[in-house]
Design a protein around this ligand. Sequence first.
Ligand SMILES: C[S@@+](CC[C@H](N)C(=O)[O-])C[C@H]1O[C@@H](n2cnc3c(N)ncnc32)[C@H](O)[C@@H]1O
Length: 333
Amino acid sequence: MPKKVIELPPADPNIISELAQSVEKFSVLATAVELNLFDHFKKPKSAEEVAKELNLDERLTKKVCNALVASGFLKEINGKYSLTKASKVFLLSDSPFYQGNLIKLYKKTREERWSKLLEALKNGPLGFQGNNSVFNESFILAMAEGAVRGDLPKTVEVVKELPEFKRAKKLLDLGGGHGLYALAFKEINPELDAYVFDLPHVLETTKKFVGDKVNLIPGDFTKDEIGSGYDIIFASDVLYRPHEELTKILKKVHASLSDDGILITKHWYIDDLKEDSTAVFFDLMFSILDKVDRVYSTPEFCDILESCGFEVVDIVDISDTHSPSKIIVAKVR
Ligand SMILES: C[S@@+](CC[C@H](N)C(=O)[O-])C[C@H]1O[C@@H](n2cnc3c(N)ncnc32)[C@H](O)[C@@H]1O
């Protein structure tokens, strides 16, 4: 029961209400994405027209459209709704920067993981499903959407300037998923023999992105050989692994590189709890299910690299609020 009724609180209550509203805004956005609602507003339309097209409740559709106006995804003029720049770029299904699968993945993660936080906190982590079924087509498309919104172009800018990249003949994109990184590297350096190593079922999706430009190697890098004689092994967002498993994978990577080969990794690290808040939540999300840590600080990760026979030669911060990524370049010692 509130104790003081005539005084304003000595801290700003927006810190709570803004969070609550962001959850509501996300629910509306994810529902609209699920319905492909934005494709229906390529031309300005009333909510009633779109409700008819999608067979939805008219009154609720209007309120959802109003909520999308409030969040900046639609504009309203004289009862007709149209797209904003943000929704044209990120939410039209034929846009090269479409984020729909990533939004669906955020929603799935909220339902399957975040909803279990209290249970995990009381009873301990719920148990990690060690199978690879999580890497389905929708997940891989979500990773592609996440890459094109910033990390992919920024990484390419860094990698293309490395002398080792300029002279590289054979490159492996380990756990390359969609293969867009390997494809971009091949485009800049056409002499490069580029390979993507990933799980067999994932490579069916990779093929749709890379065609015949990149070679595909099916396998499980925790069990299978990954090839040899690589000048560069690139790994983006694949090394969130418990310490022991990470060490095994890195030793395998080390053995697969040529004598003057380099490893280029791009991952999220927790170095500053506020600045790297996206990684802080990512780490917590893993820990709802898993008993062992998977997200490291930059010095911890560098120490592990050094213990596996690498020498860290460069660390490039390419972080954004939505992706606190760092590129670490390490050479074979
Ligand atoms: C988070 S995604 C990253 C995809 C891509 N590298 C990127 O940065 O967008 C992790 C990738 O690692 C692959 N992967 C996970 N475990 C693997 C394993 N044991 N063997 C081979 N690939 C694996 C997944 O299939 C997926 O493509």
